[in-house]
Design a protein around this ligand. Sequence first.
Ligand code: ATP
Ligand code: MG
Length: 383
Amino acid sequence: MNVLILGAGQLARMMSLASKPLNIQVRAYDVGANSVVDPLNPEVSYGDLNSGIAFANVITAEFEHITHDVLAQCEASGKLKPSSRAIKTGGDRRLEKALLDKAGADNAKHQIIENKADFDHALQTLALPLILKSALEGYDGKGQWRLKETDQADEIWADIEAFFHGSKSTVKQAVIAEQMVSFEREVSLVGMRDIKGNTKVYPLTENHHTDGVLTVSIALNDNAALQAQAQQMFDSIANTLDYVGVLAIEFFQVGDQLLVNEIAPRVHNSGHWTQQGADTCQFENHMRAVCGLPLGSGELVRPTAMINILGEDSVPNAILDIPSVSLHWYGKTKRAGRKMGHINLSAATNQALFERLEKVAMLLPAQAFSDIQEYAQKLVNKG
Ligand code: ATP
Ligand code: MG
């Protein structure tokens, strides 16, 4: 079986690694360079998109911001899974909100803004504070504005207008104004759906962000009611999209209620812990799903956490001295804030995991992992 992945970053790399034991051959399409490469060795090039499509039995994606002409060309081959509709929905917040409404998945009160009149209307009808998010090309908190007071409105509108003018997208840009949700915590659910429509999910993870970027995810499996709520929304969204593959849903938890923040039609950073904490990791399960194989279990084998390594190309080797700690590098060149790798750590109980997380955090350089020690301490004290 041969699979072409649209996108040649760390997610393609980890899908390729997980595919080796299944004898699935993976190549990745570097969209920017219009070149098909080996995701484990990107210097090796196999030609352009046409040669990648010819090589593949199945085509899938590691990210949702793919130009529509590339998606159309892949879909025309009959090999694309999930569908271009699903990928586009993850890449355009307008389509995403429409999907959530159709699937009956609760989310923040919002309005689409394409011009000044829409902007003024949103200010009149939605309660402040607002978060405004670009409809297209948003990731890791980029293309977002926070409007807390009405006197910021002119400045923010000028910024958004400039953003519209600067857009290189062939699709009309817009922003979504969303009411700020005052949530207790952010959680996400990673799950998968096979070609027959069977679904499985991993346990919810608690996600900790630093300056708007995910830094720690913890899989705990300690709240059956919340898990059932998340799974129901997963099934509804995945079935509405007739989805095939791994799909992630980010939520805000407000009391015992989940509101969907956004979906990602692909393997997800908050699912990297599955490499050590589940029988079958998200990368293998995505490949199984798109290749028509049965799905592996999403059950938690042991409490597991993940720490993102951002902008650093080394960490103290001493962390590997701690039991059940593993290190995953992506082979990328160092750049400020760039996702360079991650650390997975597991333990027999939740409390032992919190203590181990604190131990690892103490060994990491404080300036690059600024608030992780504090977060770990809080978890230890809370128990
Ligand atoms: P990523 O790629 O990291 O998922 P993104 O650019 O796609 O980020 P969002 O996930 O929509 O953007 O928002 C980034 C973060 O901003 C969220 O994780 C959350 O902390 C905060 N945020 C977003 N929307 C809201 C909201 N309506 N209310 C409160 N906080 C929000
Ligand atoms: Mg997000």
